[in-house]
Design a protein around this ligand. Structure first.
Ligand SMILES: Nc1ncnc2c1ncn2[C@@H]1O[C@H](COP(=O)(O)OP(=O)(O)OP(=O)(O)O)[C@@H](O)[C@H]1O
Length: 277
């Protein structure tokens, strides 16, 4: 897929895109990032042919283009499964192959309510799953996804990532996403739109993951506890508090095991281990 000199201006507004050149190579998973209203969806719509650029040319790959829009219009009474089967037939699958593929995709994506649910009754996340499934009914040469992770529960992000990898193994994937961690994990290249221009992005701001802390309760075994331990100064210990007959130790996840081992080696019993975060 190749873009050359793409600009887009809506009516008399200032241009949303200015002179954008882009080439997406086979097997790439390219993320387009940028602030709200920076022109990401506009660029994607131009690539899939839903919007006409004001200037410039688009060279699309031969073969199917799968497109997952930011909002999937889902007003039909038809069930998710019938819709996908129908679409599979339109895209050239036989009826048995279309049924098999639709069932497989809906099962992997865990459509809540089942594949017989009418499209118009689907929640935003479930509609997003059907949108993904329709784009993957036949292997796309180019899969274009507009914020695919944003409406989906985190538990489905792994399936989404698998589908993107599958599409990239026989074509290329281009996606936008505000979810930085998802981009970092799933993009092989990142470009950013700033003031209408598309530039390579060398990095995304690191998201700070809150560190997981565990509370470990320990009590000395009568006659066995060899000596008092200086729990507060052990690695990873955030704080300690005396408990009824022992100590409650707040420790970072990665040092939890050291604390448990120290307790067991020195004749202390572990009474509780609970997650604090
Ligand atoms: N059909 C349209 N007619 C007029 N202006 C439009 C149209 N579609 C988009 N725009 C404008 O173009 C600009 C870019 O919109 P676009 O949806 O491409 O941004 P985006 O980067 O995808 O934003 P977001 O991250 O918020 O989804 C915005 O100022 C938007 O208001």
């Amino acid at each position: 897929m190749q873009l050359q000199g793409i600009s887009k201006r809506y009516e008399r507004d200032r241009p949303v895109l200015r002179d954008v050149d882009l080439e997406v190579a086979p097997e790439e998973r390219l993320a387009i990032v940028g602030g709200n209203g920076s022109g990401k969806s506009t660029l994607l719509r131009i690539i899939v042919g839903l919007s006409r650029p004001s200037t410039g040319t688009v060279r699309s790959p031969k073969g199917a283009i799968g497109y997952v829009p930011e909002r999937f219009p889902c007003h039909d009474r038809m069930s998710a499964a019938s819709y996908l089967r129908h679409l599979g037939r339109i895209r050239g699958l036989g009826s048995r192959a279309a049924r098999r593929r639709a069932d497989e995709l809906l099962e992997r994506l865990a459509l809540v309510g089942g594949s017989g649910t009418p499209l118009r009754q689907l929640s935003k996340g479930n509609a997003q799953k059907v949108a993904l499934a329709q784009a993957m009914m036949v292997p796309p040469r180019l899969l274009v996804l507009d914020e695919p992770a944003s409406g989906l529960a985190e538990s489905v992000h792994g399936v989404l990532a698998d589908l993107m990898r599958e599409a990239a193994s026989g074509g290329a994937v281009l996606f936008t996403e505000h979810h930085d961690a998802f981009v970092r994990k799933n993009a092989t290249r990142i470009c950013r739109i700033t003031n209408g221009s598309l530039e390579p992005a060398t990095s995304l701001p690191e998201t700070r993951h809150p560190r997981k802390i565990f509370r470990v309760g320990v009590v000395p075994k009568p006659r066995e506890a060899s000596h008092e331990l200086d729990w507060a100064n052990m690695r990873g210990v955030v704080r300690t508090r005396p408990s009824d007959d022992g100590v409650e130790i707040h420790v970072l996840d990665e040092h939890q095991e050291d604390i448990l081992l120290a307790a067991l080696k020195n004749g202390w019993s572990i009474t509780t281990v609970t997650s604090e975060t």
